[in-house]
Every structure is written in C-alpha cells, then in structure tokens.
Design a protein around this ligand. Structure first.
Ligand code: 5GP
Length: 197
C-alpha cells in the first residue's frame, strides 16, 4: 500500500473528536476523505450505511476477520466490533486524497505502528471525566448502561494519550478546531520522514 497521508483522531467518546474530524473534512486545503469503518453495532439517530459506518452483521464482521480484510479491528465494547478495511484506505488513496480516521485509541495506535512515517496520530482530550458524562447524557442516543460503559472505558483511554504524536485539549471547541487544522496542515505539507515532529 502506498499513497497519501493518514490522520488518526482518537479519544474517549464524548470528547469532541467526531466534531473535529467533520470540521477538518470540510477544509478543502487539507484534501481529506473519511475512512468509513465497519461496525457490528446498530445505527444510531440519523446515521447512514456507507457514510458514517458500514453496518454489517457480527457474522459478516467475523468473516472479514478470518479473511484478513482488516487493517485493524477491535471489539471496542462487548459484542460491538469496529474495524478499518484495507480496501477503504486503498479506495481513498486511489482518489489522491489523505485519509482521516475517527477510531478508538487501540486502533489508532495500531495504524501509527503500521505506517509510522505516513501517520499523524492525534489524541483529543476532554476537559474532565465529569464533563464527558454531561456530554454523553446530552446526546440522548444511548441507555444509561451504555453511557456508564463508555465512561468506564474513558479512564483507560486517557492513560494512552502520551503515546500519541500530538494531544489536542478540547476545553474550547473553537480553539480545538483551529489547533487541529494547523496540526494537519503542517503534517500533510511536510515530507514523510519526521513529519509528526
Ligand atoms: P461509536 O459507537 O460511538 O460510533 O464508536 C465507538 C468507538 O469506536 C469510538 O471511539 C470510535 O472512534 C471507535 N471506532 C470507530 N471505527 C473504528 C474502527 O474502525 N476501528 C477501531 N479500532 N475503532 C473504531
């Protein structure tokens, strides 16, 4: 595989990474395309197949694992599998674009390890666990039990932040969006070797 650059955004859910990724996708100067992941979870709200995720059955997901189709995959929550197909990255690179990922910390670090020179791995840090709780409750798309599961995972995820190339603190969204744009612009315009420095 060869082609453009890989921009990984990872964070606990509710930290604002999806908002940041969606903002970056609108910036034409960055030439980004979103890596649509496969997931075995049900669609939420107005999510669309092929846009937010490829929603597939657990059986099909496991078949893709067996076939070696994934660049990385993870059982992010129990029985909820998420993964990036190799063909997804190839598809985006064939368009001459850079790939942007909204994936969990384990998957993000795995991509960084596979393509160390091509990847900028960014961790989006929420102001606090309490703030995270408030944001997840505001979404009103999930049960109390699922929210608690995400909060429990967040503490573990926060501990991985130092392994990322860059950390964006999301206290103030406007500042976070600007920081993200500046980091990505610098990275995609630099040669591959020491590009995350
Ligand atoms: P959600 O259910 O809120 O859409 O996503 C749950 C978590 O799974 C988020 O942290 C999201 O970024 C992550 N995720 C989404 N796609 C992938 C993927 O392809 N691989 C991995 N490892 N995580 C993913």
């Amino acid at each position: 595989m060869e082609g453009g650059k890989l921009l990984v955004f990872s964070a606990p859910s509710g930290s604002g990474k999806t908002t940041i990724v969606q903002h970056l996708l609108k910036q034409e100067d960055l030439n980004l395309e979103f890596s649509v992941s496969c997931t075995s979870r049900e669609p939420r709200g107005d999510e669309e197949h092929g846009k937010n995720y490829y929603f597939i059955t657990l059986k099909d997901f496991k078949q893709h694992i067996k076939n070696g189709d994934f660049l990385e995959w993870e059982e992010v929550y129990r029985d909820n599998f998420y993964g990036t197909l190799k063909t997804e990255v190839e598809r985006i690179w064939s368009h001459g674009k850079n790939v942007i990922f909204d994936i969990d910390v384990v998957g993000g670090l795995r991509i960084k390890k596979k393509f160390p020179d091509k990847t900028l791995a960014v961790f989006v840090k929420p102001p606090s666990i309490d703030e995270l709780k408030i944001r997840l409750k505001k979404r009103k798309t999930e049960s109390e039990e699922r929210i608690n599961m995400r909060i429990a995972k967040a503490s573990v995820e926060l501990a991985t932040a130092p392994q990322f190339d860059k950390i964006i603190e999301n206290h103030d969204l406007k500042t976070a969006l600007q920081d993200a744009h500046d980091l990505v612009a610098k990275f995609i315009n630099s040669p591959s070797e020491d590009s995350s420095k």
